[in-house]
Design a protein around this ligand. Structure first.
Ligand SMILES: C[S@@+](CC[C@H](N)C(=O)[O-])C[C@H]1O[C@@H](n2cnc3c(N)ncnc32)[C@H](O)[C@@H]1O
Length: 214
């Protein structure tokens, strides 16, 4: 499955200019606002899962974030971001990996950010593997930002089926250790002018003992 997925996404990034794909946004304000809301410091480690060619990494560096990682299955997507960043690319940790097969360092991240990746995991086994990686990588007290197509959003993206989510569905995937802090609806306007409804959720990873609390 991984190689099929990798081929799909590498092909996207090698055949389409990054600013023409439906998920392109030149202003990642929804992500930046939620990241700011966590209150984490600029030295705290942040990972952008499935960041691809997103300009979020540029904006994080602009704001002084110094411990930033971008993971993506598509080497070609990361290559676009690296080329755009030039010398600044050296300040980023780049990981070319399928997140569902990844073993992150334990408790490595204060923020796990994912815009428009989790909804491609239409098989339960992939979602379970994703959450296992997330749970290993996010430290207690850390935050998870998930942005997916919501129930009124598109049923497909990039020619692939997606699983649309609500905050309740995302909560059920993550389990009780992850406390929902905030949910927001947002409409993304694609470069061709289509509207796509997203749900943005911010979760905080609680200590094991807090999971039983109401
Ligand atoms: C719709 S794009 C979103 C890109 C970026 N997050 C953004 O907001 O611009 C989905 C991204 O997820 C990556 N991706 C898809 N499946 C993945 C997986 N299993 N593991 C890691 N990355 C994946 C793709 O290569 C692509 O860059």
């Amino acid at each position: 499955m991984t190689s099929q997925r990798r081929n799909h996404w590498d092909n996207v990034y090698t055949t389409k200019p990054a600013d023409t794909v439906s998920w392109f946004q030149d202003d990642p304000t929804p992500s930046l606002n939620m990241i700011a809301q966590t209150g984490v410091g600029t030295g705290d480690p942040i990972i952008d899962i499935g960041g691809g060619a997103s300009v979020l990494i540029d904006r994080l560096l602009d704001r002084g974030h110094s411990a930033v990682t971008v993971l993506d299955i598509a080497e070609a997507g990361l290559a676009v971001a690296k080329q755009r960043l030039g010398a600044r690319a050296g300040r980023v940790t780049w990981i070319a990996q399928d997140v569902t097969a990844w073993q992150p360092p334990k408790d490595a991240f204060s923020i796990w950010h994912d815009r428009a990746v989790f909804h491609f995991l239409v098989e339960e086994a992939d979602r379970v593997a994703y959450v296992r990686a997330l749970d290993q990588g996010v430290r207690t007290g850390g935050f998870v930002i998930l942005a997916t197509f919501t129930l009124s959003g598109p049923e497909r993206c990039s020619g692939l089926p997606v699983r649309r989510c609500s905050a309740e569905l995302l909560q059920a995937e993550l389990g009780p250790r992850y406390r929902l802090i905030e949910q927001r609806l947002q409409t993304h306007v694609t470069p061709s002018g289509n509207h796509q409804d997203f749900i943005w959720c911010l979760f905080k990873k609680t200590p094991t003992s807090a999971a039983a609390e109401p």
